[in-house]
Design a protein around this ligand. Structure first.
Ligand code: FMN
Length: 272
């Protein structure tokens, strides 16, 4: 598959057909979930809830988009099993990897944050053995849009110059440099990654000729930003493979830098 096909059309879908996904397909999704949990080595568990109606009714007014619950036939909860930054980062990383598998089956998705949902309700809904469910994924078949009456929801994305820097934070990277490294396409497509409230907090900094550092930009630190970090790490590695780079991110215990506009927390290093 070309890099352009993979991830280019990836976006959050909030209008789903009511109909359930076929039982065989749901079984395949369960198999994918198990395989990815195994890769995740006990950091997280995926929990599939077939009865979407029960979830969406209970979460009405408490989660969704602008106060309206996203109605999908099914949901998958991401349960973070270990209380560590890396478990949160890799939980999100593998949720994106699961989305790739769902997309291959023609299924669409949207992350839903459960910040406003109390623990008691979460236990009632998802089971008393859950550890830490901060997010669920709505999934199902996308409702087709009438091109004449409805506008495609469109989320504004940063330009490369807004999130890729050279040697020093807030110093733009020259296009020539990205071309030399063969990374223009990667940084073009990576912008389509989903992020909490579309904040796109990720920043990439060329540290030297062989290393890229991933940082998160923020005003007030919030651990949830680590979820956005995990997602972008997945996108980077996946797009990197198409650019012929087969490496993986190494997490580092992040320093915090003060920049002109933001503070930044360092998350990981990637060897080119
Ligand atoms: C961790 C995370 C949590 C999100 N939570 C919600 C949510 O609660 N409700 C919602 O409608 N969209 C949610 N989204 C989707 C983002 O709003 C969406 O990714 C962003 O606006 C960019 O749009 P796009 O995914 O179509 O590119 C979430 C995305 C992420 C990554």
């Amino acid at each position: 598959m070309l890099m352009g096909n993979f991830l280019r059309n990836r976006k959050s879908i909030r209008d789903f057909k009511r109909e359930s996904v076929e039982a065989e397909k749901l079984e395949e999704v369960r198999t994918d979930m198990k395989a990815l949990e195994k890769e995740g080595q006990g950091d997280f568990a995926f929990r599939l809830f077939e009865d979407g109606e029960r979830i969406r009714e209970a979460l009405a007014g408490k989660a969704g988009y602008a106060g309206v619950m996203i109605e999908a036939p099914h949901y998958i909860a991401l349960d973070i099993l270990k209380d560590s930054d890396s478990a949160l980062i890799y939980g999100a990383y593998y949720m994106e990897k699961l989305i790739t598998e769902l997309n291959k089956k023609d299924l669409s998705t949207c992350w839903i944050s459960l910040d406003e949902v109390d623990e008691k309700l979460k236990k009632e809904l998802f089971g008393k053995d859950i550890k830490d469910i901060g997010y669920i994924l709505a999934f199902g078949y996308e409702k087709p849009h009438n091109p004449f009456t409805s506008e495609e929801p469109y989320s504004v994305k940063f330009g490369i110059e807004d999130f890729v820097f050279d040697e020093k934070l807030e110093r733009e990277v020259e296009r020539d440099k990205l071309e030399t490294y063969g990374l223009i396409d990667l940084f073009y497509y990576i912008r389509f990654a989903p992020s909490t409230k579309n904040l796109q907090p990720w920043r990439f900094l060329f540290r030297d000729d062989t290393t890229i550092e991933l940082l998160l930009a923020f005003e007030d630190w919030d651990r949830h930003l680590l979820v956005d970090a995990g997602i972008i790490m997945y996108y980077f590695e996946e797009l990197g493979r198409y650019a012929g780079i087969n490496n993986k991110w190494q997490l580092i215990d992040g320093e915090i830098y003060q920049g002109e506009q933001y503070r930044y927390k360092s998350i990981g290093l990637f060897k080119l």
